[in-house]
Ligand binder design. Sequence first.
Ligand code: BGC
Length: 486
Amino acid sequence: MFEKMHKGEADGTYSPHTTATKKPTLEAMSDVPSDLSAAVQELENIFTISSAKLNSITDHFVEELEKGLTGEGANIPMNVTWVFGFPTGNEEGEYVTLDMGGTNLRVCYVVLTNRRGEYKILQDKCPLPDGLKSGTAEQLWGFVADCTGKFLRENNLVHPGKKEKLPLSFTFSFPVTQANIRSGILQRWTKGFDVDGVEGHDVVPQLEKAFAEKNVPVEIVAVVNDTTGTLIASAYQDPEIKIGSIFSTGVNAAYMERFKAIPKIRSHNLPDDTEIAINTEYGAFDNDKKVLPRTRFDDQIDQESARPGQQLYEKMVAGLYVGELLRCVFLELHHRGLLFRGRDITAVQEKSGLDSAFMSTVEQNNTKSMAGIAEECKRLFGFEPELYELEVIRFLTKLIATRAARLYACGIAAVARKQGLERCHVGVDGSVFHCYAHFQERAAQALKEIMDWPEEDPQRITLVSAQDGSGVGAALIAALALRRSQ
Ligand code: BGC
């Protein structure tokens, strides 16, 4: 195993999956006890995904995306967003936008100036109190309305006596069924949210009730997924964008589909070539466990989650889960007497005690002494692991993060393959995409393996940092919706 674990360290971009032999960085591994080394070897085997497997996952993914458009018993919802086509650049107006993310509520005031790519934005963030994610609907919407009201007052956007309400575009990053753009029935909570009384209900009247009770003068004109906002905002700046994606707490993508390819809305009788954005909600890919190379740790994460059996792809890939996967691996090794022997591991036992930020810190630390990793472990676990344990921690972190990046690439490749996209840009937003060391090059490498591009033209589909989807993207969608309704 040591030989194998030395492979592929290319200027700090080590991937357990690359085969090129580069400078070894795991000298300390020679001190790893043989039983731990054998256990790590087994983990390497189960967490490594070959190019061939990536390809068969992508093929199945394409079938699932197509099935979702028919609406017949599919895993992937392929939600119709009623966002018709890309912005022209002439959109204008003033909008309030709200984005209920995993950790913050972001409120913005966006002015679109009718010159492509030009806009003004004022914004504020309110941290979401912890209990809110598993409280009641009234608490959640009350908090959202309070923050919105405060933002409008502080920025002098409320004019007493003025009858007209400000149009509000609500980025609600969960799967919703939409009969039209200003409604959204929550299909299910994801990303650990578990608020009573919202699943199966339209979120618009619930939130509007809270706005009315708290005298917040806004009117919801659009319910938007973060991926659709990203798609629209990115395409506003860069016409090469064909897919919008989020890689953060959760994972998902949106793209434009032609009406004739969406059998489940055939009764709407639109012209065949009408373009409509589809929010794939592909975090639910392979919920029926046909193709993903699941490990016992993935099963554990799922079983211990708020919604077992759902979002199975997301639970193997996204930021909310990778740290937890790593923690479960550490615990198993400890229980087998192989890691952190004789240590007080109370802190490691704490659910969700490790996150993707920890993993990124570990991966950024390329020094031989691994002092930065030791420090981070001391802070989180309350003890400093042995040098050989730090080496194992670094190796396992790379293993799990690399698997996530490679699986992430399958979703993007599947949308591209299904749409016959030979070349395009993919606008990607999300803290993990932007901040996680090496994620972008690992995902790009996996895309290249799946798409099999020739050496002389290696990167035909490029992941690019997305523009502000929940601010300008949501505002553009509101402008498109209002223009259409007129
Ligand atoms: C949600 C999607 C969202 C994604 C990224 C998933 O859990 O279901 O609606 O786009 O997370 O935020």
